[in-house]
Design a protein around this ligand. Structure first.
Ligand SMILES: [Mn+2]
Length: 374
């Protein structure tokens, strides 16, 4: 990779890292408020500012302004942000992309200048229009560094190769490689990445919270915002002190929150989760609310909520989406988010970033049956 920026961090103060905003400007602003972001902090936006969410152009505009006003705000590029590069290179596949995507910064920009796509609109025409009106934004996105290096940390969107000099990592790998947490590196520093929703890394109780591996020196922070129905936007916070750095985390999401009205202790037999790409299931033992299934890709035994099991015309079974198969324990007074309250018997909730099922009477009556995912 060629675009590497060097930043010197003060030995004291906060470093806040946020990645994969994906056009969710409101959630991003809410998160900055929640962490009490100030000009004293260093803020790193670790790629994928745009695409998938509803306000990509606003997000890019907002972050451009932030970096102009505040020299302590740093941004790396993500694979979704290179959509402007495809535009400049007149990639013919881009037309299909703009037409088929529900949300894209290119579509939002075209809408803003009132340009309507016709069947024979070419990528050259789109490029001409957009470079005419949005040259600042395009230039800014094109110049984003692939990695930012400090004395103790490297910020990169997806990951680095396990080679002697990490700078030799191919740029496209650095912004697209999957599941970096399962790999390794030799930089000697903490490598902080987004890109791969942490919930994809299997665990007993699925969680969207940032994961720190002290052994591998990898910190993975993508909360699955927009991509996952239970996703969230994470802020990973590094507290720098004379005695060393410590870490904390905060998140925002779109879910309703409420207070638990009855405690519940989970059945520990119900744990695990379904995540991309292992959706295929073999039902073994149905019951009223959950069906014991074998997950084909992993051979795990999971209790899958019946409403989330899809039977194909061929008679095969799969999960409709990523899903927790865990129950979680709650106490009266806990503040939790409601993910899905439309199923029979149980509601899917999130507590401190962890997802799982609780019986319906755990939530106040007015919260029941109001939220649906599938
Ligand atoms: Mn990405």
């Amino acid at each position: 990779m060629k675009k590497i920026k060097r930043v010197t961090l003060p030995s004291q103060g906060r470093v806040i890292v946020i990645s994969d905003i994906h056009g969710e400007l409101n959630l991003f602003i809410k998160l900055l408020q929640k962490v009490n972001f100030s000009s004293e902090d260093h803020l790193f936006i670790n790629g994928d500012l745009c695409e998938k969410g509803s306000n990509s152009k606003g997000t890019v505009r907002y972050i451009m302004d932030l970096t102009k006003r505040n020299p302590n705000v740093h941004v790396t590029e993500g694979n979704c942000d290179t959509v402007v590069e495809d535009l400049l290179e007149e990639n013919p596949k881009l037309m299909n992309y703009i037409r088929s995507r529900k949300h894209s910064i290119l579509k939002e920009w075209l809408d803003e200048v009132g340009f309507e796509l016709k069947e024979d609109t070419t990528v050259q025409e789109v490029k001409d229009i957009l470079t005419q009106h949005f040259s600042h934004e395009i230039k800014w996105l094109m110049e984003l560094p692939t990695a930012i290096e400090t004395d103790d940390y490297i910020f990169v969107h997806a990951g680095l190769d396990d080679c002697k000099d990490w700078r030799e990592t191919d740029r496209i790998s650095a912004i697209t490689m999957p599941a970096f947490m399962e790999k390794s590196h030799r930089t000697g520093k903490y490598v902080i990445v987004g890109h791969w929703p942490v919930v994809n890394y299997a665990s007993d109780i699925p969680s969207n919270n940032p994961v720190v591996s002290k052994d591998k020196k990898i910190i993975s922070i993508d909360g699955g915002n927009v991509i996952k129905s239970t996703g969230q936007l994470n802020a990973f916070i590094i507290h720098r002190t004379k005695n060393g750095d410590s870490f904390s985390k905060i998140y925002t999401d779109h879910h309703l929150t409420c207070e638990v009205v009855k405690g519940y202790i989970s059945e520990t037999i119900m744990s695990g989760s379904i995540s991309y790409p292992n959706y295929e299931l073999i039902p073994l033992q149905p019951s009223e609310h959950f069906t014991l299934c074998k997950q084909v890709g992993t051979d795990d035994l999971l209790y899958v909520k019946n409403e989330y099991i899809h039977e194909s015309e061929k008679g095969t079974y799969s999960a409709k989406t990523d899903l927790s198969c865990a129950q979680i324990s709650v106490d009266i007074g806990d503040i939790i988010s409601v993910v899905d309250s439309s199923c029979t018997g149980y509601d899917l909730i999130k507590k401190n970033g962890k997802e799982g099922w609780v019986p319906k009477d755990v939530l106040p009556v007015k919260q029941r049956d109001s939220v649906s995912v599938v």
